[in-house]
Every structure is written in structure tokens, then in C-alpha cells.
Design a protein around this ligand. Sequence first.
Ligand code: MN
Length: 251
Amino acid sequence: MRILLTNDDGIHAPGLDLLEAIAARLSDDVWVCAPAEEQSGAGHSLTLNFPVRLRQFGPKRFAVSGTPSDAVNLALRKLFPDRSPDMVISGVNGGENLADDITYSGTISAAMEAALAGIPAVALSQAMRDGGNGFSAAAGWAERVLAPLADAPLAKRTVINVNFPALPADAVKGIRVVRQGFHDYSRGSLVEGIDPRGRPYFWFGLEDVEHSLDRGTDLEAVDEGYVSVTPLQLDLTHHATLGTLAERYSG
Ligand code: MN
């Protein structure tokens, strides 16, 4: 099995080192292509207005001067012209990617880039809510999450979003397959200040974001100490609204 790894925290991220160690136990054909710098929050952006550069750090290890989507897209076009990877794994992100984090997340967007190309894709994120435990849960549980996915019949254009709770590995209760929850980032904290040239600036904080801990969601599972596994689809169409909206425009 050929596996491509990436990480939106950049080529030198500790979560990428961890993922390389885990992937080496699953395959002997592991490649890395990641952004040269941290790109958290970059979403699914592709660099179009200036060139990107590919820098090689080892036989199968590359950095891209761009976004997480650039890294995966360039890898697929340039590094694998003949035989695509069988799986792309993005992570392990330092920080959770739960609920509506999905649309902001460089970690999940890198996996989406692979899913668009028809390649099974997994995003791994380690919650760090209370700090202190680092990547312990991911280190102890990632292989148990990934092994069953290797030969699972995954639907095309889907991404498996995995989040590890902020606990030591031996305190994690298990794995739950759950749906996406809901955050409201419009009410989070906002840091305001004056820059050295006297102009006001704003900095988005992540505190005080409203979380819904509805039953059966990724937020609830991680909050209760489980690893959450959520299948995401790239078809964002709201199918239930197709009919009612079409009626509005008919006649
Ligand atoms: Mn990140």
C-alpha cells in the first residue's frame, strides 16, 4: 500500500513525525508532502496568483511553499504521475477539528483534496483542550483507527475525520462513529489592540465559542473521552431543500 502523508502544521510539525512513525507500521511505501510553514485555518485554498516551490528533504519527503491543498495537489501531479497513493492521511493536527471546524481546517482540506482525486482520505487531529497530554491519545489509538480503514469499502469523495480526546492514551474509553456537531464561531472572543503605527487591529480568539453537545456528535464523543470517527461527504448539496427551492422558481 502506498501512503501519502501531509500536515497543515508544516513539514517540521511534531504531529507529522508521529504520523510517519505510525504509517511506517502500516506500509513500507510512505511518502510525505507537507506545507513548508504552518497553515492552520487555511481551509481548502489553492494558490493561484503566484508559483509554489517543491523542496526535497529525503527520498520520499517534500515540502511545498503553499497551502495544505497545494501540497496534496502538487504531490499527486508531480510525485505520482503513474501510480497514485492508495491512501492519503493528513495530520496528526495539533488541535481538534470538530463540528464546523471542518470548513476552516487545513488538515481536513488536505484530505478533501485527495478525496476529490478519488483517493481514500483520512484526517487525524489531537484535541489539546486542557493541554498537558500532548499527542498521547493519538499515539496510542491511531493505528487502531487506521487499520480497519485500510481495506474498508469507503464511498468515493468522502473523508474520514478522526479526533483524539485530550487525554492520556490509557484513559481513552474507545472509538465512536458519530455525526458532525455544531459550533458558532461568530460569538468567540476577539482581541483588539493598536499596532506600532497607531492603527487598530483585531485577532480572532477561539475562546467562548458556543459548542452544542448534542447526542451522537463528534463534539460529544470527544468531550466524553472517546475517539470520534466521522465520515464527511464533499457533496455539500442540501438535498432536502432541492425540491422546495425548485418550487419557488417554477411557474
Ligand atoms: Mn493545524
